[in-house]
Design a protein around this ligand. Structure first.
Ligand code: ZN
Length: 291
């Protein structure tokens, strides 16, 4: 079955997300390879539509989230021609009002509550197992997408980083860092902004498997198909059980409190620097990283 677009990307005419059925598996692919799958709002809402479709389809037992091209996702879109952070979209994740006609912290808080924290939490609750299939860059906003998945299969060339402390911001909006890795490792990860490779991510328990790049897709599909043999409700309840355990370990409330710190940092940047990102674009981030 050929991959069907979820919606089109106004900037380059390509659908930002592809949806494909492979037996009992819904294969969802981020499709902005030219921009290392940088997430604009068009992609975020297309992902939401794809997950909704997979949840509603009784023949889909397991979902895979993948990225087209060399990289899973380089993060949120902070500078491609398709950047659409100022545009309104039909909101689905929460009840916050439209950000696009508001100003300052009100606009940022409303938008990020919807497209970052709200969407990620919504997807984490998808009542079917979701596997991330990760190669190349999984950076900042890319981490959020991998972390909401239940299992992560990483290619040997995958690397993970959250460099947004360089913007003066304490990590990406979906602040799962000290839950997906030990707290002291999370601090090093954030304080340095350095990449960790797939092996290191495996060592600290952040990914389930590391496989050769050439086998990433087949091994992810194989694992998805094995899981798909389990009873639907059993999987849904098991997922809920583990997610509840994580929330009892403080994930949900912790993330809420850090979201406030995150927006304090955005507001500080907006007061003292060029913009809420501290005047940092992709080129500036790379320069600071020495890349
Ligand atoms: Zn933010």
């Amino acid at each position: 079955m050929s991959a069907a677009p979820e919606s089109s990307d106004a900037a380059d005419g390509e659908p930002p997300v592809l949806y494909e059925r492979r037996g009992a598996v819904a294969w969802v692919t981020m499709n902005r390879p030219r921009y290392r799958n940088a997430q604009n709002s068009a992609m975020t809402y297309a992902l939401d539509a794809a997950f909704y479709r997979a949840a509603a389809d009784d023949d889909v037992r397991v979902v895979v989230l993948a990225g087209a091209g060399q990289h899973f996702s380089a993060g949120h879109d902070i500078g491609t021609p398709g950047r659409d952070a100022h545009l309104p979209f039909e909101r689905r994740a929460g009840l916050w009002w439209d950000h696009s006609d508001k100003q300052g912290a009100e606009s940022r808080y409303a938008r990020e509550s919807e497209v970052y924290l709200g969407m990620c939490r919504r997807w984490r609750e998808l009542p079917k197992p979701v596997l991330a299939c990760v190669q190349g860059a999984c950076v900042a906003g890319g981490l959020m997408l991998a972390w909401v998945c239940d299992l992560i299969v990483a290619a040997e060339d995958a690397f993970f980083a959250d460099p947004v402390v360089r913007m003066g911001i304490p990590g990406v909006e979906y602040f799962a860092h000290p839950w997906v890795m030990p707290p002291r490792i999370a601090k090093e990860f954030l304080f340095t902004g350095d990449r960790i490779d797939a092996r290191r991510a495996y060592e600290v328990g952040m990914v389930n498997r590391v496989v050769p790049r050439t086998e990433l897709e087949t091994q992810t599909l194989e694992l998805a198909e094995r899981i798909a043999q389990m009873p639907r409700l059993g999987l849904a309840l098991t997922k809920r059980a583990v997610n509840q355990a994580e929330d009892l370990q403080g994930l949900h409330a912790g993330m809420d409190s850090v979201f406030g710190l995150h927006h304090l940092a955005h507001a500080h940047n907006a007061e003292v620097a060029a913009d809420s990102l501290g005047g940092m674009d992709v080129a500036a981030m790379k320069k600071q990283a020495g890349a």
